[in-house]
Design a protein around this ligand. Structure first.
Ligand code: A3P
Length: 327
């Protein structure tokens, strides 16, 4: 039995006593604070609560899985480091490493000193829901840094998660045939909130509410809007991160260069993303179609309607609606 003590906004977690969900391969999920968290990341979450020391200059990229995290990591990393690493440079880190190697997850390490060693300004990432973030990060005085959240239509997040899971299951071990995992199975679990960090809509709503309350500290981005206007969104991101593009940079096309190096076609074709892995996930599995609305090729209209209704009912009164891109 593992027990972890947190800062004052979280009770002690006794991991072995939490409700379990075993039907979301490859993860064993444990329900904590209203979310289905992967058990293997809970020690990292606990370590973040105990030892992570945020800095006012930090930028934390937050997301529900399969919502464009890899893209946001690439864009924020390229933007924050554009002076040291001009995006056109042939040796740019994003040409040599996967975006997940460039921006680490807060919950990926149970050794706080890994993050302590990073120079400021740090760009980190997380899938931890807003309500479960360490209080120090959410400090009202702004000492915990800034947060950028990327939100995606739940139907596309579900379909993306299903493909990601299927690819993982297809990596049969010891000659065993891959386990079947149908969209119907994935759909039922997702609708019930039983997904990696689910329910997705509560994850999104938590950050959306925070962005309304503290717009100077929490930026809320929409995956679909980023596809429509990547340049405008990168400008918004840079401004929010405190490193707006200068007139000279604009004239030199630096924003377009960042969009280009971070585009799915560019990243997908880089050697670093065709091989290698993150924990047990192959780098190539983070890049699939990268479009909005692919759900319509995999969910029936009845499934889509049912999920939309569940989300709508769950978020009633919150003021949040998927698809309503706010300025
Ligand atoms: P699809 O499976 O719908 O194609 P995450 O990074 O949070 O794991 O999300 C993965 C999703 O983002 C996948 O969606 C993937 O194809 C898409 N994606 C990855 N890199 C992208 C990029 N550079 N631009 C747009 N979408 C990208």
């Amino acid at each position: 039995m593992a027990a972890y003590h947190h800062d004052d906004d979280m009770a002690e977690i006794v991991i072995s006593s939490l409700p379990v969900e075993t039907r979301c391969p490859p993860f064993l999920l444990k329900q904590y604070g209203g979310f289905w968290m992967p058990e293997s990341y809970l020690p990292g979450v606990a370590a973040a609560h105990m030892g992570f020391k945020p800095r006012p200059s930090d930028v934390l990229l937050a997301s529900f899985p399969k919502s464009g995290t890899t893209w946001l990591k690439a864009l924020a990393f390229a933007t924050a480091n554009r002076v040291k690493h001009p995006p056109r440079h042939p040796d740019h880190p994003l040409r040599r490493y996967n975006p997940h190697d460039c921006v680490k997850y807060l919950e990926s390490s149970d050794h706080g000193d890994v993050f302590e060693a990073l120079p400021s300004p740090r760009v980190l990432a997380t899938h931890i829901p807003y309500t479960l973030l360490p209080a120090r990060i959410k400090a009202e005085d702004g000492s915990g840094g800034r947060i950028v959240y990327i939100c995606r239509d739940p139907k596309d997040a579900l379909v993306s998660l299903w493909f990601f899971t299927k690819k993982k299951l297809a990596e049969a071990k010891d000659g065993d045939p891959p386990k079947p995992y149908t969209i119907e199975e994935a759909f039922e679990l997702f609708c019930d909130g039983r997904a990696f960090y689910g329910p997705q809509w509560h994850h999104v709503a938590g950050y959306w509410e925070a962005s309304r309350r503290r717009p100077e500290k929490v930026l809320f981005l929409w995956y679909e809007d980023m596809l429509r206007d990547p340049v405008g969104n990168v400008r918004k991101l840079a401004e929010f991160m405190g490193c707006a593009f200068s007139g000279d940079e604009e004239s030199a096309g630096v924003v377009q260069d960042i969009v280009e190096i971070c585009s799915i076609d560019t990243l997908k074709n880089m050697e670093a993303n065709k091989c290698g892995s993150q924990r047990t996930f192959r780098n190539e599995t983070f890049f699939r179609t990268g479009v909005a609305g692919d759900w319509s090729n995999h969910l029936t209209p009845a499934m889509a309607e049912r999920l939309d209704k569940i989300v709508q009912e769950a978020l009633q009164g919150s003021g949040f609606t998927f698809g309503a891109v706010a300025e």
